[in-house]
Design a protein around this ligand. Structure first.
Ligand code: ZN
Length: 387
């Protein structure tokens, strides 16, 4: 007779998720003990004789040594292992969220202690007995974004909105990454460049930037930049006062300007302007850096910037990056699967930038930050580094 409660006997993909289940239960304050993972036929028969398994279940299935697809739990409190219905209900909601089926949902033999991977009930006990096992269980990805804080009482809600108003954040009553980063900016906290998700979009916030052509994969603390013609940047790019690309992307072909965000050496100010050529439209002697792109917010007018006809593909629903300015800080945002118009709305109503431009997108859209690495093996000819 063999049986074990060691998770090492579970199939590897199931074991990974069983451990995540234990972690999440612990986080939720549930004192879970795994009492059983696998068993052989002799022990299964013993379980039937004791009434722990259904009378017909004389051959182990999901619990079999060969399958390793199930585990049983109890509450790890002596004398109260099985008498707390609320405990099993809470544990079941965590287990089901991860992808396990729960024995407490069964009709014929209710088993609140039992969890199994059956690919969302696609695999039955008889299939397991016949050696037909479910495919690998996807690893449950724990949401790593900040836990949001909301007020419980009317005065707590009033306080949160007042803090948000005072810091310039969207006063939506929910403290998340935007409010916290705004507070960090106000306090001059030493956490920049900072990589956080804002409204589902990975972002980097920093005091200054350095735009350049790496002619390689995207370096750390960078987002993919503006347009390039396959060999070099073709939107305005000035780095350390040196002109890398001198005209708007649609200047030569359509005589159209683009929106350019630039920084002045004399005052440290960051500004935005429509530019055709840097020599005609920017005070070149005083510009530290400049980045061209498609205007958003007050500068949103794709037609005026030549994003029409074949060039209107820039407006399509795809991944884009955005350079924004707010509260004296530079923001680089990776916007997954959004149209230009949706990005414009996001910048106005949620990000609340002072001004912003959309950079290139599609297959080159990328971000390389501490906690968000997307499309980092793509070669780039225009990136923006956050300092
Ligand atoms: Zn079981």
């Amino acid at each position: 007779m063999f049986h074990s409660r060691d998770v090492k006997y579970l199939r590897e993909d199931v074991r990974v998720n069983a451990k995540i289940f234990l972690d999440l239960c612990k986080e939720a304050g549930l004192n879970v003990l795994i009492t059983e993972t696998v068993r052989d036929k002799a022990y299964q028969e013993y379980c039937v004789s004791q009434g722990w398994a259904a009378k017909t279940a004389t051959i182990p299935t999901f619990h079999s040594v060969e399958a390793g697809l199930a585990f049983d739990i109890c509450k790890n409190v002596k004398g109260h292992e099985y008498d707390d219905a609320e405990f099993f209900k809470k544990a079941s909601s965590i287990g089901k969220k991860i992808g396990f089926s729960w024995g407490g949902d069964w009709k014929s033999f209710v088993d609140r202690t039992h969890f199994q991977w059956d690919d969302n009930k696609k695999y039955s006990s008889s299939m397991i007995k016949a050696g037909k096992y479910p495919p690998n269980m996807p690893k449950y990805e724990v949401d790593v974004s900040m836990k949001e804080i909301t007020g419980a009482t009317s005065d707590e809600k009033r306080m949160i909105k007042a803090i948000q108003t005072a810091t310039g954040a969207l006063a939506n009553g929910v403290i998340g990454n935007q409010t916290m980063s705004d507070i960090a900016i106000k306090l001059n906290a030493k956490c920049f460049p900072l990589n956080v998700k804002l409204y589902g979009c990975p972002a980097i916030i920093a005091k200054d930037i350095d735009p350049f052509n790496p002619n390689s994969v995207i370096p750390l603390n960078c987002i993919s930049g503006s347009f390039n013609g396959g060999v070099a940047p073709c939107s305005v790019l000035i780095r350390n006062g040196e002109v890398v690309c001198w005209s708007a992307c649609h200047y030569v072909s359509l005589n159209k300007p683009e929106s350019v965000i630039y920084k002045l050496r004399s005052t440290g100010e960051v500004k935005i302007k429509r530019v055709k050529t840097v020599s005609d439209d920017l005070p070149l002697y005083d510009v530290v850096w400049a980045v061209g792109g498609m205007g958003l917010m007050d500068f949103y007018d794709p037609e005026a910037e030549g994003f029409t006809g074949v060039f209107s593909d820039v407006l399509r629903k795809t991944n884009h990056t955005v350079l924004g300015y707010r509260n004296g800080m530079m923001y680089g945002v990776y916007c997954p699967n959004m149209t230009a118009s949706q990005i414009n709305t996001l910048c106005k109503s949620k990000m609340m930038f002072d001004f912003a431009i959309m950079l290139d997108g599609g297959h080159i859209a990328a971000i390389n930050a501490r906690d968000n690495k997307i499309n980092t093996s793509q070669k780039q000819l225009y990136v923006i580094k956050f300092l």
